[in-house]
Design a binder for this molecule. Structure first.
Ligand SMILES: [Zn+2]
Length: 135
């Protein structure tokens, strides 16, 4: 199992068909058997979501169309589990961008954050200078 070596291929029609079928499953129905490749949900990890909606019992691979470059990509069951249960993502939030665009965004965000923090730092030093001169 080496994820790194797996080449990123375009989704085939049959894969897309399969993913669409998966998305129609009722994931809150206890009579619904989790399909192959799904990840079981740990509902105790989902209680941080303040909702009266039933939590999913399992996650299935999901087809997403990137909002940015309109590329088809799979949001895997494992990644969803991680996002909702470990990263504590909101249950109503979904991946809307492909891996590549998310990565690009992350870099842009961290760069913006760095610039922002530098700005705060400058402000803070000038503020403390003002205070010490007051009394
Ligand atoms: Zn994209």
């Amino acid at each position: 199992m080496s994820i790194k070596k797996r080449k990123h291929k375009e989704l085939t029609d049959s894969q897309i068909k399969h993913l669409k079928k998966l998305s129609q499953l009722d994931r809150t129905d206890i009579n619904q058997r989790p399909p192959k490749g799904s990840a079981l949900a740990d509902q105790s990890e989902l209680v941080h979501n303040n909702t009266y909606e039933p939590f999913p019992l399992f996650y299935v691979d999901k087809l997403i169309v990137c909002r940015n470059c309109s590329k088809n990509e799979v949001w895997t069951a494992e990644n969803q589990k991680w996002w909702y249960e470990v990263a504590k993502g909101n249950i109503f939030s979904e991946a809307v961008k492909c891996c590549k665009c998310r990565k690009k965004e992350k870099i842009a965000k961290s760069e913006a954050r760095r610039v922002h923090l530098e700005g705060i730092e400058k402000k803070a030093t000038s503020l403390s200078r003002d205070k010490s001169s007051g009394h």
